[in-house]
Write a protein that binds this ligand. Structure first.
Ligand code: XIL
Length: 396
């Protein structure tokens, strides 16, 4: 309840702020090193959306911080299946309504995350109904259809982007998870329906809201050509586009160093840029969707915060340099709010301090580093601002 109250207060504040936003469009151009300007300004100048995860627990202050720093937001949990529907046949809309209304009033581009994700936050009643069904494939198809019609139907025309399918591929390596393991449950959508569940999910969503842009969001440990999981994602996108599935974009989560598989993710700016370009050539836009960089894994660096900023910079530069990249979103605002401090695999190293603002809301070195990376989009465009066209349009 607390969250809803705060959302309403923030809604009023957002409407006022939105009115003054264009007036406050800084007359002074952001310097190329990103220093002294907000990421919202960087977004306006570069034409690349910059966002943060928005939680229904956020206070009015946090929401107005989000409005001041960013021009895009992703629902951290409010759209997830188990958050909206803990019991079969019952859907709660209070948190999602509040979030959608806040984004519309604040003129912040909203990414609804997500419709289908087997890994976590999948309601138990879904798996139970499949287990007790005589025709699990038909049951799952119907449940997917109901979810899309209930959720996407309600917000038709109000949500800019949906993450329709989240993390379809195997956690480690190529292919799909077909067995439960210590790290992940099997992909029950895949084991019940085969790969066609992905195309079906996109087609259903497109029918329910033809204007929303539809993304497939994936977790890659090191997004580069030649890495088996990254190549599997490229191949999947190629198949979907060939089959004319309404897929507009691919989200690269970029929880940098979530594991220890690639401690210097990305290997380099150019390897990530090449990968984004390769996706772009298949006819999709690309966004960095859940960026965070764990600080404890950089503890042996002479200046860990500078090393963290350098990783943020590499990732933002790759987005700035690749025309296919239309947005970059960090997974939360202040360090103290990061999911990594409560997540099983990473809470042991808390505080992970992976974000752009410290516990008190002050900008860390990584903040201007992100701005500098994205402003590389403008390196060759002279005085013209924005130096690229923002995509997609924010619904009104
Ligand atoms: C996380 C949220 O941040 C947590 O609050 C929640 O408890 C678990 O999920 N990949 C995703 C996101 O796609 O949905 C996850 O978000 C982080 C990993």
């Amino acid at each position: 309840m607390r969250s809803i109250k705060f959302f309403s207060a923030a809604l009023a504040a957002a409407s006022i702020l939105a009115g003054s936003a264009s007036a406050s469009l800084a007359a002074t151009r952001c310097p190329s090193n990103g220093t002294g300007c907000s990421l919202a300004q960087v977004a306006r100048e570069s034409g690349i959306f910059v966002g943060t995860a928005i939680s229904s627990e956020m206070s009015a202050t946090e929401l107005s911080d989000a409005r001041a720093n960013f021009n895009a937001a992703t629902s951290e949990n409010a759209f997830k299946w188990d958050q909206m529907s803990r019991t079969q046949g019952v859907t709660r809309f209070d948190q999602t309504d509040a979030l959608v209304n806040w984004a519309l009033a604040a003129k912040v581009r909203l990414r609804a995350h997500n419709l289908f994700w087997h890994r976590i936050q999948m309601p138990q009643w879904v798996t139970q109904s499949l287990a007790s069904s005589s025709d699990p494939a038909a049951t799952l198809r119907q449940l997917m259809k109901d979810r899309v019609n209930t959720v996407v139907g309600r917000y038709r025309g109000k949500v800019a982007i949906y993450d329709v399918v989240n993390e379809p591929l195997k956690l480690f390596g190529a292919g799909y998870d077909t067995q439960d393991t210590a790290f992940t449950p099997k992909n029950i959508f895949y084991t019940t329906l085969g790969e066609s569940y992905i195309a079906d999910a996109f087609r259903l969503t497109h029918k329910a809201d033809p204007k929303a842009k539809l993304f497939l969001n994936e977790l890659l440990w090191d997004a580069r050509i030649g890495d088996p999981k990254s190549d599997a994602l490229l191949a999947l996108v190629r198949r979907l586009k060939k089959a004319k599935v309404p897929l507009d974009g691919v989200g690269l989560q970029t929880h940098a160093m979530l594991g220890v598989k690639s401690p210097n993710f990305p290997s380099s700016t150019s390897s990530l840029k090449r990968y984004i370009d390769a996706l772009g050539k298949l006819g999709v836009k690309v966004e960095i969707t859940e960026l965070d960089v764990r600080l404890p894994l950089l503890a042996s660096e002479p200046d860990p915060l500078a090393a963290q900023a350098a990783i943020y910079r590499r990732i933002a530069s790759a987005c700035g340099k690749s025309k296919a990249c239309t947005g970059l979103t960090v997974w939360g605002q202040r360090d103290a709010d990061s999911w990594l401090d409560s997540y099983g695999l990473t809470r042991g190293t808390a505080p992970n301090r992976p974000l752009l603002l410290d516990d008190l809301g002050a900008r860390k070195p990584a903040y201007p580093a992100v701005g500098a990376g994205l402003l590389e989009r403008c390196a060759s465009s002279g005085k013209r601002r924005p130096c690229s066209a923002a995509w997609p349009r924010i619904p009104r």
